[in-house]
Design a protein around this ligand. Sequence first.
Ligand SMILES: [Zn+2]
Length: 190
Amino acid sequence: MEVPPIREIVTLPHPCLTKKAETIADTVSGLQEAIDVIRHLENALHPHVPAAGLAAPQIGISKQVFIFSWNRTSEPEAVINPSFEAVNDDMTQSWEGCFSTPLAMAQIPRYQMILATYTNRQGDRVTYRLSGFAARAFQHEYDHLTGTMTVHRKDAVIRHFKTQEERQKFLAEIKKGDQADYRQPEKIGG
Ligand SMILES: [Zn+2]
């Protein structure tokens, strides 16, 4: 089988990062297209594992597909044409990194618990209750599909770093805090 070339992760100001991604068609060929995108995403993310996720616009593909991991270590879940709703108004603040803004971190308020609905890689429409870090990671990747970067959100506190080392040190501390917030997704539909 042919191995697809590894696609580069793009950074701002790449135009894909700031436009709305296209919906995947609800057909057999649509699912096949999504699966190809998922393979590209997994290949591009692989060198960075453990990582929270990656969205198609971040590899220059403007489609509604992303992968994410609820604990930065599990096999990433593939998400196609997602939507979500907040379970209640509870919000939490935390710092988020993004591969597309390599020298910045953003502190963003996110819903603590959401119901996330999407098509998975088997083509099934499923709903999960996500909370804590999983909910945050999902909302971060979802933002990419709407063309919203963390550093552009009005509710973000941004921190810029001079070097990758400086940022990695900061991120390592954040990851420790995230670990206390790892909650396994709970399937509630589909
Ligand atoms: Zn991101």
